[in-house]
Design a binder for this molecule. Structure first.
Ligand code: BT5
Length: 268
């Protein structure tokens, strides 16, 4: 697919009918990272609840733990949202799971091939990574506090757009469905689903969120390998606990609970 341009912020705003998400919305040609820009706003006390930052490309798109997110112009979706949820902070990781569910709902609306969720922050399509999410907590002692959720979706890339190291593990909606995607429609849909899911979060409907998340993953009941720092764990993925942490049964029969980690292998 050839690269396309994104419309300006007014077009997004005029086509959004949301309560919180996108109350304020900004569109950029290129930024270093939409999450970093959101963090700058919070530091300067300018990051309002629901602020959406959309970029056509990122020069320093980030994943977790210092990893990078490959962000070519004109082809993918790169955006961040600022949330200012009421406490307790223990619930904040649920916002990343919430954004995964909302993004998956938007993707599944336009994709004949349905995506699946991988804990904690990935969406897979056809066995490869289509989308990554990055949830970051900004503490209130520096500017104003908030939770930043970044979303990267591969929309119209061909296989040849990905660098060699990503080609075997990354995919796009275009690669899987052979149909190009209107990024504006996809972004509007993601923001609309997010707004709806956030309403549920504010009402404390965590059980409904976790149920939706669980219905859209194929990892439970499977043998997995999980890395956390320098440690590696193997066992059966069982469920998410009420705070969205992953519960695994080790080979010794012990239940282990993970707040973070990297699932490197799922035995299908
Ligand atoms: C993630 O990290 O998957 C979170 C990615 C979040 C990106 C969004 S874009 C908008 C916002 N602004 C930012 O700066 N970031 C967010 P992680 O689980 O750590 O996965 C990173 C790994 O995914 C990399 O090490 C690569 O292996 C792989 N990867 C990088 N770019 C990719 C891409 N475009 N498609 C698929 N996989 C990719």
């Amino acid at each position: 697919m050839a690269p396309t341009l994104l419309p300006d912020a007014d077009l997004f705003k005029n086509n959004l009918d949301t309560l919180v998400v996108g109350r304020e919305l900004q569109v950029f040609d290129a930024v270093n990272s939409t999450n970093d820009l959101a963090k700058d706003y919070l530091r300067k006390d300018q990051g309002t609840e629901g602020l959406v930052i959309i970029a056509d490309s990122q020069t320093a798109g980030r994943g977790r733990l210092g990893r990078s997110w490959f962000s070519l112009p004109g082809l993918g979706v790169y955006l961040s949202i600022i949330f200012k949820p009421p406490g307790p902070p223990e619930r904040f990781p649920l916002l990343t799971l919430m954004a995964c569910v909302a993004t998956l709902e938007a993707i599944n609306e336009i994709s004949p091939l349905k995506g699946t969720l991988k804990w904690p922050n990935d969406i897979y399509l056809g066995g490869k990574k289509l989308c990554g999410l990055l949830g970051e907590f900004h503490p209130p002692n520096e500017g104003s506090g908030g939770v930043i959720v970044g979303i990267g979706i591969n929309a119209n890339q061909n296989a040849s757009h990905f660098p060699e190291e990503l080609a075997p593990i990354a995919t796009s909606l275009f690669i899987e469905n052979k149909v190009s995607v209107d990024r504006t429609t996809l972004i509007l849909s993601v923001l609309t689903h997010l707004d709806h899911e956030y309403e549920g979060f504010l009402l404390g409907n965590d059980a409904a969120l976790l149920k939706k998340w669980t219905e859209n993953t194929d990892m439970f009941g499977k043998e997995i390998t999980l890395n956390r720092g320098s440690e590696q764990f193997q066992g059966t993925a069982l469920r998410l606990d009420p705070l969205g942490r992953l519960v695994m049964r080790s080979h010794e029969g012990q239940e282990l609970v993970f707040e973070s980690g990297e699932i490197t292998h799922i035995r299908h």
